[in-house]
Design a protein around this ligand. Structure first.
Ligand SMILES: [Zn+2]
Ligand SMILES: [Zn+2]
Length: 468
C-alpha cells in the first residue's frame, strides 16, 4: 500500500549520537545528596553512560579509549598497542575500569579531592560503590541498602563479561531440541539447553582463562555458584536481542518462509548492539524458526561499529542462513538511499532497542522522521525500553503519533543482567529490553491511554494462546 504521506521534510538532526547531553531518562525522586555542592560527575563524561545505561561495552570504548576489538586482542595477547591506546595490559585495564567507579557515592568527592590520608573505600557487600569515610557510608545506607544486593551482581558481571570479549565464553549453540513453540521465556530456554549448558559453564569455570581473569583483578574469586549465575545472566544479555526479534516475528505473525530470506532492521544501532557482535550471535533466532528461508539482519545507526560495516546485499539467501551487516546512517537517510531506490528490500520487521525518544525533545526530534516513516509505510515495528515508566512514556508518544499499537508488556526475553547507572549508583539497576511495544501502521481510531491499557489486557489474552 502506498504510504499515507511521503517522507516528511525535516531538519537533519545533528550527526552526534543522540544519547549525549540529555537529561536522565528516568525521573526518580531526587535525593538531597544530588544537590550537595561538589564536582559535577556529569562534567566528567558520565552523562552519556547515565542516559544510555550501556553495560560494559560503552565503558570499554569510552573510558579505556578502545575503539577496535582487534587492538584490544593485541594488547591482551601481549602485543604493542598504538600510542593512543588506553592501557598496556589486562591488569591496568581492570584498574582503569575500577577508577571509573571511584568517587564517593554520598558526597561525590573524587580521589584527588580527598583531604590528607583519606582514601576511598568500597562497600564491602557489593564492592561497587565507594565512600570517603564511615560517616558518608552511614548517611548513604538508607538509599544504598535498596540496591546493594543487585550491585553486587553488577560487580561480578562486569568482570565476567571479559570472557565474552576475549572469546573464552562461547555460548551454547545448535538446533533447539524442543519445539520452538514451547520456548516461551528464559525458564523454558534454560531447561531446553540444560545439560549442554551446564557442561559449557562448568568447563569455563575450571578453565585457565577464568583463573587468569581473577588473578589479574587481584581480588578473591567468588564461589562457583556466584560465577555460574553471572555467566547465565551474561548469556541472557547477548541472546536477549535475537530472541526479542523472534518474539516480534511471532507476535506480529510475520511470515519467515519468504523465498530469498526475510529482512530485519535494527534501527538506531550503536556500539552496544554491534561492537562485539559475532557471526553466531543471531543463530538462536534461526533455531526459533527452524523452517526459515534466511534472515538478513541489518543494523542501521550513526554509531555502528566498523567491524560490521559491509555492504548488505539483496541477493537471495540460502534457507537457514543468517546474514549480519551494518550501515552507518540515520535510518530515514538509509531508507531514502537504500530502500526507496530499490537497492535493498523493504524490511519484514524493524526493531529499535532502547530508542529513548521519550527522554528528551532532542531525541524525539531525531526519531520522529523514522517513527513516521515506519508508521506510514506500515512496517511491523518493535521497540524495547528499560522500565515500566519508560514503557508508559513511550506508549503515550506513539499513541499521540497515531500509531496502531499491536502489543506491549514485559519481555519474556529481557536481559537478566542488571545495569548500574554509573553516575548515580543508588539508582535502581535496570535491565535491557525489559519491556516491549509493537506497532503496525496507523491506529484505525484514536485511543487514549486508558483504552490502550484495556486493549492490551485483551490483546494478551488473545495473543498468548495462539502465539506459539
Ligand atoms: Zn563522601
Ligand atoms: Zn554495597
Amino acid at each position: 500500500m502506498a504510504p499515507r504521506s511521503r517522507r516528511r521534510k525535516h531538519k537533519k538532526p545533528p550527526p552526534a549520537i543522540p544519547m549525549i547531553e540529555i537529561p536522565p531518562t528516568e525521573v526518580s525522586p531526587v535525593s538531597p545528596v544530588l544537590s550537595k555542592p561538589g564536582p559535577s560527575i556529569d562534567a566528567l563524561g558520565f552523562i552519556s553512560l547515565d542516559n544510555n545505561v550501556p553495560g560494559l561495552s560503552q565503558l570499554i570504548l569510552q573510558k579505556l579509549n578502545m575503539k577496535n576489538y582487534e587492538e584490544y586482542k593485541l594488547v591482551i595477547n601481549g602485543g604493542t598497542p598504538v600510542s593512543s591506546f588506553g592501557f598496556q595490559c589486562q591488569q591496568e585495564m581492570f584498574q582503569k575500569m575500577e577508577d571509573t567507579f571511584r568517587f564517593c557515592a554520598y558526597c561525590k568527592v573524587l580521589p584527588h579531592g580527598l583531604s590528607n590520608c583519606k582514601v576511598l573505600r568500597h562497600c564491602k557487600r557489593c564492592r561497587n560503590v565507594y565512600y570517603c569515610d564511615t560517616e558518608c557510608q552511614r548517611s548513604d545506607w538508607p538509599a544504598h541498602r535498596k540496591v546493594c544486593r543487585e550491585l553486587r551482581l553488577v560487580a561480578v558481571d562486569r568482570v565476567m563479561e571479559w570472557l565474552l570479549v576475549t572469546g573464552d565464553f562461547v555460548l551454547p549453540s545448535g538446533p533447539w531440541p524442543w519445539l520452538p513453540e514451547d520456548i516461551k521465556n528464559w525458564d523454558t530456554w534454560f531447561s531446553m539447553r540444560g545439560l549442554q549448558l551446564e557442561s559449557t559453564l562448568n568447563a569455563l569455570l575450571g578453565s585457565h582463562s577464568m583463573t587468569m581473569l581473577w588473578a589479574s583483578l587481584g581480588r578473591p574469586r567468588p564461589d562457583p555458584d556466584v560465577l555460574h549465575g553471572s555467566l547465565k545472566r551474561l548469556m541472557t544479555d547477548v541472546l536477549s536481542r535475537p530472541l526479542t526479534l523472534g518474539l516480534g516475528l511471532r507476535t506480529l505473525a510475520i511470515d519467515v518462509g519468504k523465498a530469498g530470506g526475510s529482512t530485519l532492521h535494527v534501527v538506531g544501532a550503536s556500539h552496544v548492539e554491534t561492537f562485539l557482535i559475532r557471526s553466531g550471535d543471531y543463530d538462536e533466532l534461526g533455531y526459533m524458526f527452524p523452517e526459515h528461508l534466511g534472515f538478513r539482519v541489518i543494523m542501521v545507526g550513526v554509531d555502528v561499529a566498523t567491524d560490521l560495516l559491509q555492504s548488505s546485499s539483496s541477493l537471495s539467501l540460502e534457507p537457514g542462513t543468517i546474514q549480519l551487516s551494518g550501515h552507518r546512517a540515520l535510518y530515514h537517510d538509509f531508507w531514502e538511499e537504500q530502500i526507496e531506490t530499490g537497492i535493498l528490500a523493504h524490511p519484514d520487521l524493524v526493531a529499535a532497542f532502547h530508542p529513548g525518544f521519550h527522554a528528551s525533545p532532542g531525541l524525539m526530534e531525531a526519531w520522529l522522521p523514522t517513527l513516521l516513516l515506519l508508521r506510514d509505510y506500515e512496517i511491523p515495528t518493535l521497540i524495547t525500553v528499560y522500565s515500566q515508566q519508560e514503557l508508559e512514556a513511550s506508549l503515550q508518544i506513539l499513541v499521540n503519533l497515531d500509531t496502531h499499537i499491536i502489543a506491549c508488556g514485559a519481555n519474556p526475553f529481557a536481559s537478566l543482567k542488571p545495569e548500574q547507572v554509573y553516575s548515580n549508583p543508588n539508582k535502581q539497576p535496570v535491565y535491557s529490553s525489559a519491556y516491549y511495544i509493537m506497532f503496525l501502521g496507523s491506529s484505525p481510531c484514536q485511543l487514549d491511554m486508558k483504552q490502550l491499557e484495556e486493549k492490551n489486557k485483551h490483546d494478551f489474552s488473545v495473543i498468548e494462546p495462539s502465539l506459539y
